[in-house]
Design a binder for this molecule. Sequence first.
Ligand code: 5GP
Ligand code: MG
Length: 474
Amino acid sequence: MTLFEESLSESCRPREECGVFGIYGHEDAARVTFFGLFALQHRGQESAGIVVSDGCNVFEHKGMGLASGVFKESILQKLTGSLAIGHVRYSTTGSSTISNAQPFLVHVGEEYYALGHNGNIVNAQSLRSELESRGSIFQSTMDSEVIIHLMAPHLKRGLEKALSIALQQVEGAYSMVMLTRDKIIAARDPRGFRPLALGKLNGGWVVASETCAFDLVGAEYIRDVEPGEIIIIDAQGCKSLKPFPIMKHCHCIFELIYFARPDSQIFGQNVYLCRKRLGRELAREYRPDVDLVMPFPDSGSYAAIGYAEESGIPFEMGMIRNHYIGRTFIQPTQPMRDFAVRVKLNPVKPLLEGKKVLIVEDSIIRGTTSRNRVKHLKGIGIKELHMVISCPPTRFPCPYGIDFSSKGELIATKKEDEKAIAEFIGLDSLHYLTVDGMVKATGMPKECFCMACYTGDYPIAPPEKIDKFCMELK
Ligand code: 5GP
Ligand code: MG
């Protein structure tokens, strides 16, 4: 990928994590899984994979890129069977190679085990070193592979026992699906960092990272897989195990703010409506004297609608998005200034000219996206440019599955205050939603969230590197 393409795909920005899907009891399980992955594509665009079983044989297909590019009709026709799991990935741990694409499939004894994981295992490194010293040979650099190795010695005692023993040693975030010849398994860590939902389709069962996948395949949402729950689905039905001690829930609040699709239902609420309430809270906290409110589409649009409703300030789509950019793009032969920014979003000049404008944005991570977009808005005669962000300043790295990484990458850590960030981006003013305002908008108790990226309060001790970084910061 050239530098230019990289800026287009915005891969230099924080990365989405992963999406998982599973289905039991459908004659065309792989095809349904493909559509499930299609709906979950926003959770990861680096690789896509499906593993399917016909009860006897297990088939897999994985590839780099979007689900629609990886799976063609001819491939889906070969993936026969009535149970399947699928995964879309954007690496959070492990590098971006095909060997790290999931589901991860292994053959142990007479059985196949396939695993698709969303999240990040915090103690993966130490578990891996320990396993390697005892002779385990790893096939990938993925953190999820440790789960299979931890299970292996206990499989003689049955899958339930082996999985419970393995997961009890794992610390961190996981919402995962597994497949054997005749079973589908769904498991969610006891803190419930990432979402995972359970549904029904024509008498069979489905699981997915987000309910938007159920809507596409025509499945009915039944309930969330509970934090700390393992669900085993086979010919006997759907069995629930709870092998962990009860723990305080730590739902990732950034799922509500940015990650999840607005038409999904996660952590017991609709994402779109929650984002609108975040916008409403913002309007209560900070209301500069402006003529119009506009989002950076699409991610900022929902909070912007809420802001406009609460404030009574007119809502406008001041920038128009081109949806057809794709991954590769023909480069202009001569250098065209800011081409990469313009190609995605273009301002509606007559609408903005001479106006005092308020932009509503969902998040600022590195600050470069906002900075480039604001730069693009300059020079069209906007009178004043203000910005509000529907979450607090992102100051701490996330060790639980979101790759907005280490020191130096977070603008809110690099700059001393909002004023300095506003200056960097090129704004007349900038306001971030407060932690209290954010929690209030969710309508849920503060205690049930992980907000470590805003507060630095990590519910599970983060790896040493992050720990050192935070100590310096505090
Ligand atoms: P940054 O401040 O890093 O330049 O980018 C912030 C922008 O990226 C916001 O528009 C926000 O919607 C979007 N964003 C926030 N988190 C992520 C992420 O994990 N992946 C991608 N692709 N965009 C993100
Ligand atoms: Mg955005």
